[in-house]
Design a protein around this ligand. Sequence first.
Ligand SMILES: [Fe+2]
Ligand SMILES: [Fe+2]
Length: 318
Amino acid sequence: MTVVVEEPVFETQAEIVKKPLENNDLVLDAGFKMPEVKDLASENGFAKPETNAFGNTFRDYEAATERKKIVEEFYKQNHIHQTVDFVKKMREEYRKLDKVEMSIWECCELLNTVVDESDPDLDEPQIQHLLQTAEAIRKDYPNEDWLHLTALIHDLGKVLVHPSFGELPQWAVVGDTFPVGCAFDESIVHHKYFKENPDYYNPEYNTKYGIYSEGCGLENVMVSWGHDDYMYLVAKENGTTLPNAGLFIVRFHSFYALHKAGAYMHLLNDEDKESLKWLHVFNKYDLYSKSKVRIDVEEVKPYYLSLINKYFPPKLRW
Ligand SMILES: [Fe+2]
Ligand SMILES: [Fe+2]
């Protein structure tokens, strides 16, 4: 199987997606920002025209239009299927942690090996995105070692697309996340497709608070299932000593309605509000760390291994 990790697409931001090229080809995001359509050639998973084997602006423009449709279809599937029942089922299944046993670094390598380097439009292997984000933060916040490690691990949950992890469809792995069990905020990308989600009509789930209460804390809120919530569960259940802000970043880094649009603030408790400040810091680097400077993995590996050793057990259950 080939898994392609690539830069995304959207109006609002976030993560994904190009349709599978063949049956078993899967495509993921690298967590970058959606630029203007006219900038897609250089910004959105396509190499700049002069460096793209096929490149010219006409082709890129067509690709951009096609890509937009694919993203919309992605969100349609996502918004239809992410229900309270679905999230409960996935959390129950993946909380078992009975899939694989490996270290954090081994997971970085696993995610890296599933990049299809034969795709000329493909940018960097996923580990480059992880390390570029981590190294950029390290430069600006040298004393926050927990934040460096948080950056390294934030997308590891994307292994959910791998056969050993259930080979989940993309709509259950990447893309923006949002709470389930209360009303879907208007700021969520492609909001109209929630009208096809059964929870939209459930009076228990379709009010401002739904099953939650004022200031209940995001810890107690279910969010749509994807790589964020999965990695959060893995870290927590394996007894990480990362501070709460680190776990908060891992769990909510795709929750754009919160950290970009400022929605759902009524569900946050005081600790969440503190963590949100760090999420805002982190998010800038997640989106914009795509310096094309390639990180020398072997050079920085000892530093990250020391952090892994500090905050995680040598082997984790996944
Ligand atoms: Fe990312
Ligand atoms: Fe992500």
